[in-house]
Ligand binder design. Structure first.
Ligand code: NAP
Ligand code: MG
Length: 403
């Protein structure tokens, strides 16, 4: 078979630990035999980020702006332990945080549903898509440790020099403070991304914040969504037969647990971070969750929703066999390849993405899976495969389509 050609390069962002091992296996076994893979490669592995003073992360985000579509491997967000482990010059910021801050936009995360992996919540029949705002709040916050008694204020200095002050707290002793921000323009594009995605996928949209407690910050999110919905989307939603629904975050959580699924749940940045892990775990596995950052300028960055699977990597380093699930990382590639195909009018590439996804699903539904899924499947006597064995099994399923 002749290999599928690609007109425009994909931005490839390599990463860390076990997912970096999977990354190479996926390329070798599932992509390179079928595609003349055209990527612009950026090594976001922690060592190289450290060598380049994290410039490589910024460069990869700029390349995404240039080409439009990126695929990213999971990366380490350094903490104190990593500083020592990797002998870092600085505690570099989260690459995802840096990339999201540069591209803006919304992260959509949806579970990959397969027969034999049933959700823990028995009412859930359809996937729940989390739409996570990817800019600001605690991810762009400034923090201080307050050593002793003293006054903390919020100060806004307008361009003409006038100051507005709000007391945060009169500290009687030591404490901590944090300054968060968001931008109306970013919230507006978050709202539009969600409304558009709801229309694209014909699903209801839910949104929730804590506006009763946060009467200015969270309330602004609520107001912006409502204003944009009323002005631009109300009629389109009616025509599509879908609804927009706002409620408080705690009420939303309670309703989600009793729902059937089949809707998009828009979340502020932190809520989306936490709730997407909850949703993916309850749908089966962190490794069965797709994630795509959609920027308001039409850039797309695909990744897995899980981390670098550190515990498995240490086993791998000791020469022990691992059984790490590569589905979410494969779907990051297929999502990116499909989008690249769509933008370039490359039907072959789009079909390949569909076929590779179908091969993943079929392999699992045939009873061949990694340990995380074998532990929870309703399929009797599943075959538990190693990280590599699972990828090879997918290759075999796919090979029947592509000789
Ligand atoms: P993690 O890598 O998501 O893994 C947590 C646990 O979930 C694993 O130990 C494993 O459970 C299970 N798991 C996750 N993905 C799996 C897969 N593909 N197959 C099988 N099991 C899987 O989270 P972490 O260990 O808390 O974080 C490790 C590193 O990842 C950290 O340095 C963090 O900064 C980084 N991280 C990166 C991203 C990103 O780049 N998007 C996101 C989150 C975290 P068992 O050990 O029980 O098998
Ligand atoms: Mg998270």
């Amino acid at each position: 078979m002749e290999k599928i050609k690609m007109q425009t390069p994909l931005v490839e962002m390599d990463g860390d630990e076990m997912t970096r091992i999977l990354w190479q296996m996926i390329k070798d076994e599932l992509l390179l035999p079928f595609i003349e893979l055209n990527t612009e490669y950026y090594d976001l592995g922690l060592e190289h980020r450290n060598e380049t003073n994290d410039q490589v992360t910024v460069d990869s985000a700029n390349a995404t702006k240039k080409y439009g579509v990126a695929v990213k491997c999971a990366t380490i967000t350094p903490n104190a332990a990593r500083m020592t482990e990797y002998n870092l010059k600085e505690m570099w910021k989260s690459p995802n945080g840096t990339i999201r801050a540069m591209l803006d936009g919304t992260v959509f995360r949806a579970p990959i549903v397969v027969r034999g992996i049933e959700p823990n919540v028995k009412t859930w029949k359809k996937p729940i898509t989390i739409a996570r705002h990817a800019y600001g709040d605690v991810y762009k916050a400034t923090e201080m440790k307050i050593p002793a008694a003293g006054k903390c204020e919020l100060v806004y200095t307008a361009e003409d020099g006038t100051e507005t002050r709000e007391l945060i707290h009169n500290f009687a002793g030591a404490g901590v403070i944090q300054g968060q921000h968001n931008l109306c323009a970013s919230i507006e594009s978050f709202a539009r991304s969600c409304f558009n995605y709801a229309l694209d996928t014909k699903q209801d949209l839910w949104f929730a914040t804590k506006d009763t407690i946060s009467k200015k910050y969270d309330h602004t999110f609520k107001d912006i969504f409502q204003e944009i919905f009323d002005a631009e989307y109300q009629d389109k939603f009616k025509t599509a037969g879908i609804t927009y629904f706002y409620t408080l975050i705690d009420d939303a959580v309670a309703r989600v647990m009793k729902s059937e699924g089949g809707y998009i749940w828009a979340c502020k940045n932190y809520d989306g971070d936490v709730m997407s892990d909850m949703i993916s775990s309850a749908f089966g596995s962190l490794a069965m969750m797709t994630s795509v950052l959609v920027s308001p300028d039409g850039y797309y960055e695909y990744e897995a929703a899980h981390g670098t699977v550190q515990r498995h990597y240490y086993k791998h380093l000791k020469g022990e066999e691992t059984s790490t699930n590569s589905v979410a990382t494969i779907f990051a590639w297929t999502g990116a390849l499909r989008k690249r195909g769509e933008l370039d009018g490359n039907a072959e590439l789009m079909k390949f993405a569909d076929d590779l996804e179908a091969a993943c699903v079929k392999t699992i539904e045939d009873g061949n899976m990694t340990k995380d899924l074998a532990l929870i499947t309703t399929i009797e006597h599943p075959t538990v495969l190693s990280s590599e064995g699972f990828i090879k099994a997918i290759r075999e399923t796919l090979g029947r389509e592509y000789q």
